[in-house]
Design a protein around this ligand. Structure first.
Ligand SMILES: Nc1nc2c(ncn2[C@@H]2O[C@H](COP(=O)(O)OP(=O)(O)OP(=O)(O)O)[C@@H](O)[C@H]2O)c(=O)[nH]1
Ligand SMILES: [Mg+2]
Length: 440
């Protein structure tokens, strides 16, 4: 998870309130101190942290928790709201034809994000094309061309032509028919006059609907200064913060940007084309606080899975056969790595902490389980209760696994079945949980 350390620390702080019958000053002080430490470690501005924690304390002590809400939920809700206040709402991204211009300093991640964005819109059913208007850095043309070829995204560039403005003009004509046109531009080491001037000229020709400024999360609080500078010259409509996967200090950039008028549009969370997330602060903060992000999970599942795959809600219904489990394992492979899925589940489910090695072991196991299930009959898959000793032997022979493996799989299925029953029964009642979130 992005900002995993911050999430862990915040969740750790809030755990102190579990079981607290009421909110007393001493406990709140303790929790606030932990929250302050967590935010400072994530590089959030000191003054911001102090102001925010003062507010959280005041509100936690003064405001009456709504009926049916325990002290922990009361404080979580206040922390959530105050974090929303700091980070701001995400940018409005519309799924319609548009031209996007990318700007930013050298190495911030413009070219990579250009490809990721093309992929993002492509997945939403829009046709995307990109224009290589970086004539400053040798190799820029080929970098983008290769990325696009791998993604089946239309590419326009003029190798050797030093005039970025002309290329942009020609490019827009060449990919006129495409829904989404993304212009990748050059960067410089620093905010030089020359860079700003070039951006202004490209801006005048491209007349982009969106102007995304790309920022490396590693620059922390300096993010605000850069966003201001670009905003003053060409007017930024959104910010993309990249490399959030690589820094524990991403809180600096995230909170600094929102001080400017530019909303965060996307975040980059890895090097592949899929590692771009549309930024929605409510979801982001929910995940950070361990409240889960079921909405994202559902959407992701809907986007990736075809109808015959499975409905994710089925996962949460009471009846759960081996067949369902098989489909579920298959679906997990499609939705994404187990670890990512777990981080979207609410605390208590996703909140169980698994180390990276355990995840590896788990996904190896899942693969094994599928092989075993491939050796089962339709009847066995529908009604695992009929699987006795002799069937276990047959299945183990057929799959090349040991009888112990088969038994373990059956046990795993039983555990899942029980867990899902609990899920439905109320302990982890999804609907209830969603409703609670809505009230925030
Ligand atoms: N881990 C990680 N790496 C990223 C992310 N975004 C970009 N990178 C890496 O950052 C490096 C620079 O990215 P580019 O896209 O080439 O940056 P740029 O802004 O186009 O750079 P110039 O064209 O030189 O101005 C590359 O090695 C990318 O793989 C991200 O979200 N996570
Ligand atoms: Mg580039």
């Amino acid at each position: 998870m992005v900002l995993e350390k911050l999430g862990d620390s915040l969740q750790g702080a809030l755990k102190k309130l579990i079981g607290a019958g009421r909110i007393d000053e001493r406990t709140v002080n303790e929790v606030i101190k932990d929250i302050q430490r967590a935010l400072l470690q994530a590089d959030v501005n000191v003054k911001l942290v102090m102001d925010m924690s003062k507010k959280i304390k005041e509100r936690a002590m003064k405001e009456d928790p709504s009926p049916g809400i325990n002290p922990r939920e009361h404080v979580v809700r206040i922390v959530y709201q105050e974090l929303m206040e700091i980070i701001g709402k995400g940018a409005d991204i519309q799924l319609k034809p548009q031209t996007i211009m990318m700007v930013g300093l050298q190495g911030s991640g413009k070219t990579t994000s250009t490809a990721k964005l093309a992929r993002y819109f492509q997945r939403k059913g829009l046709k995307a094309g990109v224009i290589a208007a970086d004539t400053f850095r040798p190799g820029a043309y080929h970098q983008l061309k290769t990325l696009c070829e791998n993604l089946n995204v239309a590419f326009y560039g003029e190798e050797g032509n030093p005039d970025a403005v002309t290329i942009t003009k020609n490019g827009l004509k060449a990919i006129e028919k495409y829904d989404i046109k993304i212009v990748d531009t050059a960067g410089r080491h620093a905010l030089e006059a020359e860079l700003i001037e070039e951006m202004e000229r490209i801006n005048a020709v491209a007349k982009p609907n969106q102007k995304f400024m790309v920022l490396d999360a590693g620059i922390g609080q300096l993010a605000s200064q850069q966003a201001h500078a670009f905003n003053d010259s060409i007017g930024i409509t959104g910010v993309i913060i990249t490399k959030l996967d690589g820094t524990a200090k991403g809180g600096g950039a995230l909170s600094a940007v929102s001080e400017t008028k530019s909303p965060i549009a996307f975040i980059g969370v890895g090097e592949t084309a899929e590692d771009l997330e549309k930024f929605e602060s409510d979801r982001f903060i929910s995940r950070l606080l361990g409240m889960g992000d079921l909405k994202s999970l559902m959407e992701k599942a809907e986007e990736t899975l075809s109808e015959e795959d499975m409905d994710v809600e089925g996962m949460m219904r009471g009846r759960f056969t081996l067949k369902d489990m098989y489909k579920q394992l298959q679906a997990m492979n499609k939705i994404g790595p187990l670890k990512q899925i777990m981080s979207m589940l609410p605390m208590g489910l996703g909140g169980m902490k698994l180390s990276d090695e355990m995840f590896q072991a788990t996904s190896d196991k899942m693969r094994n389980y599928k092989i075993i299930m491939d050796s089962m009959t339709e009847d066995e898959m529908k009604d695992p209760k009929i699987i006795g000793g002799s069937r276990i032997k047959r299945i183990s022979r057929g799959s090349g696994c040991s009888p112990e493996d088969v038994r373990e799989l059956l046990k795993y299925h039983k555990t899942m079945q029980m867990a899902l029953k609990g899920f439905k029964g109320g302990k982890f009642n999804i609907q209830k949980m969603m409703k609670k979130k809505m009230r925030m």
